[in-house]
Design a protein around this ligand. Structure first.
Ligand SMILES: [Zn+2]
Length: 265
């Protein structure tokens, strides 16, 4: 097992869902859209729901976990991997015990090792993940609030990364959002600015050989792809062609992350 395939069905404060192909199986990361939306967007890359047997959950905010999925997961015997500390909230949202596969440390999904990293976000925190097939490593991190050193210590030797780039600080300050919301987003327990995200990506890129950088969870009101494009062209131009900027309303392209060792032989 070597290469991975990845795409984002959509990302932002109205819904988040991504799909990662591991060893011929599709793993869903978060399930924040309605079933109808999810199925429609999956069809863009000719994926059907019955091709997904595992879901990995970062955290349970409504834009990442839509409770409407609980019945479907039970009916289809889908394994829902979530951190032990999130179980009580998941059950209150309607997720049946039979679906829950709790993790507290590294766990296995479809033959890949998944390394969770706990990061601050709202009350219970969220989890970032590294999916490691043994020869290909892919990092996924969203809703961070801040980038802790323990995340950067783990996000090394990656072949691809998906990372939150939520807001432009000037647009945030100038917006008509209530001050309480602005400070919740920016106080270290909310979301990452484009600059914080870029600094983390620069650090990760220096310890990795990134084929793809996928930017997640852009704020519709306080961000724009053009700002991010200019930021990368000015600061990380040699990797700009590897950048995919996702959006809320449509699927990203399908990205292949190849196993470089195998592809050389
Ligand atoms: Zn979110």
């Amino acid at each position: 097992m070597g290469h991975l395939e990845f795409f984002v069905l959509g990302s932002g404060s109205s819904g988040n869902c991504s799909l990662l192909q591991v060893g011929g199986n599709w793993v869903m990361i978060d399930c924040g859209f309605s079933m109808k939306q999810t199925k429609e967007r999956m069809r863009t890359h000719e994926i059907q729901l019955d091709m997904v047997g595992d879901v990995v959950i970062t955290h349970l905010d409504r834009d990442h976990f839509n409770p409407a999925w609980c019945r479907t997961f039970l009916q289809r015997e889908v394994r829902v991997h979530l951190h032990e500390s999130h179980i009580a909230r998941a059950k209150r949202a309607g997720l049946d015990d039979a679906c829950i596969v709790p993790f507290t440390q590294d766990f296995d999904v479809c033959g890949a090792t998944v390394e969770p990293v706990h990061v601050a976000h709202d009350a219970l925190g969220t989890f970032s993940f590294i999916f490691d097939t043994g020869s290909t490593r892919f990092g996924f991190a969203t809703d961070l609030g801040q980038v802790p050193q323990n995340l950067l210590d783990r996000f090394v030797n990656l072949d691809g990364v998906a990372f939150e780039s939520n807001y432009d600080p000037i647009m945030q300050e100038m917006s008509n959002r209530p001050e309480s919301l602005k400070s919740r987003i920016m106080d270290g327990g909310g979301h990452l600015s484009n600059e914080q995200s870029l600094a983390a990506i620069c650090q990760i890129a220096s310890e990795s050989d990134l084929q793809h950088i996928v930017l997640l969870h852009l704020s519709r009101q306080c961000n724009s792809p053009e700002i991010i494009r200019d930021l990368y062209l000015n600061n990380l131009a040699y990797l700009y062609n590897s950048v995919t900027i996702t959006c809320q309303d449509r699927c990203s392209r399908l990205l292949k992350i190849i196993n470089k060792v195998e592809s050389l032989t």
